[in-house]
Write a protein that binds this ligand. Structure first.
Ligand code: AMP
Ligand code: MG
Length: 347
């Protein structure tokens, strides 16, 4: 999965004087990463969902660097990442009976579990809340990195705030060239959308952010699973969900049929623009020879392709037109959530 070359790209015209290295699996790469982390630096690393921007969760200074680098709002908490043998009882206060079964079934994997915090990590990780979100990623690169540092690593997605999440090392480089010392390259992320965030502080597990581990999968293990939707005007339980997210840097339009997409596309073309249509595979043949990006046919495929396609479109199109896919269940719940946010249809 990880490439074996060591790529050092010179920095482009940024004010920073830091050289950003992209390191694939190679001699000494983990020691290098661990050294940066121990010195309070921020290191980006591959996970199976999206790339993360990691720092020592015990260090106030290191954690605050993440917020500054991303331009992340100060009330949007971070997920702590640990290796599979890390004893999380060191970080949490208590856990409900269903949590062990969920961990056994889904970890390592794309499931973040929110527990009552023991208050051991920097207070900036949870932005003053009394809970802590913990994730055990399955990516071998992430596991090796976390083992090498043997520390909880606070890590949000490695993109500038509001921008599309990164699913390749190059995406991270595009947002943070000259700003961070190192990106641990594990190739393209196979999951493609961020982890499911699950509130494990109540009697019944409750999904705060939908992802690849679905409500149906959790309910099959825990007996039940709720999905949290904040009421109008209420501060959401997962504060990050209140913010604009995943937005490509081009104009966007979101429609529900190929006919509507064609109308918008042709109007943009007449104006001299370079439109493009993003849709599920089944719609492509209805679009004639218009420029299109194929999201795929099933939820897992759409999750895997979505962010790379959004980043591609922002570099080549004046207007990206999204057609809402038809499916709603399973992984599609997470895909639809990201799509609607990317197209500004849900805040
Ligand atoms: P990102 O790092 O971009 O995947 O964002 C992390 C997500 O996890 C955000 O939506 C946060 O609101 C959520 N999160 C992190 N910590 C907590 C927590 N203690 N309680 C609830 N949600 C959390
Ligand atoms: Mg993010």
């Amino acid at each position: 999965m990880a490439n074996s070359t060591t790529a050092t790209r010179s920095r482009s015209a940024t004010k920073s004087n830091m050289e950003t290295q992209i390191l694939g699996r190679s001699r000494g790469w983990l020691e290098r990463a661990a050294d940066f982390i121990q010195r309070g630096e921020v290191v980006a690393f591959h996970t199976e969902t999206v790339y993360g921007l990691g720092a020592n969760a015990f260090s106030d200074e290191a954690v605050l660097k993440i917020f500054t680098l991303k331009g992340r709002p100060a009330d949007n908490p971070l997920i702590v990442h640990v290796h599979r043998d890390y004893d999380i009882s060191r970080l949490i206060d208590s856990e409900p009976p269903y949590a062990a079964a969920l961990r056994e079934k889904f970890l390592p994997g794309p499931l973040t579990m929110v527990y009552p915090s023991a208050g051991k990590v920097s207070k900036y990780v949870s932005c003053g809340m009394n809970t802590l979100a913990i994730r055990v990623p399955s990516s071998p690169v992430a596991q090796e990195f976390l083992r090498a540092v043997d520390l909880p690593i606070a890590a949000p997605s490695a993109n500038l705030s509001k921008h599309v999440s990164p699913v390749t090392a190059r995406h991270v480089y595009d947002d943070f060239n000259g700003k961070i010392p190192l990106i641990l390259d594990g190739g393209a992320c196979t999951g493609g959308i961020e982890s499911t965030v699950l509130d494990c502080t109540g009697e019944v597990p409750r999904i705060l952010r939908e992802g690849l581990v679905t409500r149906e999968m959790i309910a099959a293990v825990a007996g039940d699973c709720e999905v949290y939707h904040p009421k109008k005007g209420e501060k959401p339980k997962s504060p990050g969900m209140a913010y604009k997210h995943y937005s490509p840097r081009c104009e966007t339009a979101y429609v529900s049929s190929a006919e509507e997409a064609i109308e918008v596309y042709d109007r943009e073309k007449e104006r001299g623009g370079t439109p493009c249509i993003l849709c599920e595979s089944g719609q492509i043949s209805l679009l004639g020879d218009r420029n299109s990006l194929d999201l795929g046919g099933i939820g897992e495929q759409m999750a895997q392709r979505l962010y790379a396609l959004l980043r591609k479109a922002e570099g080549t199109s004046s207007l990206l037109i999204g057609i809402e896919p038809k499916g709603k269940d399973g992984v599609m719940a997470g895909v639809l959530n990201r799509l609607r946010r990317a197209f500004g249809k849900e805040s």
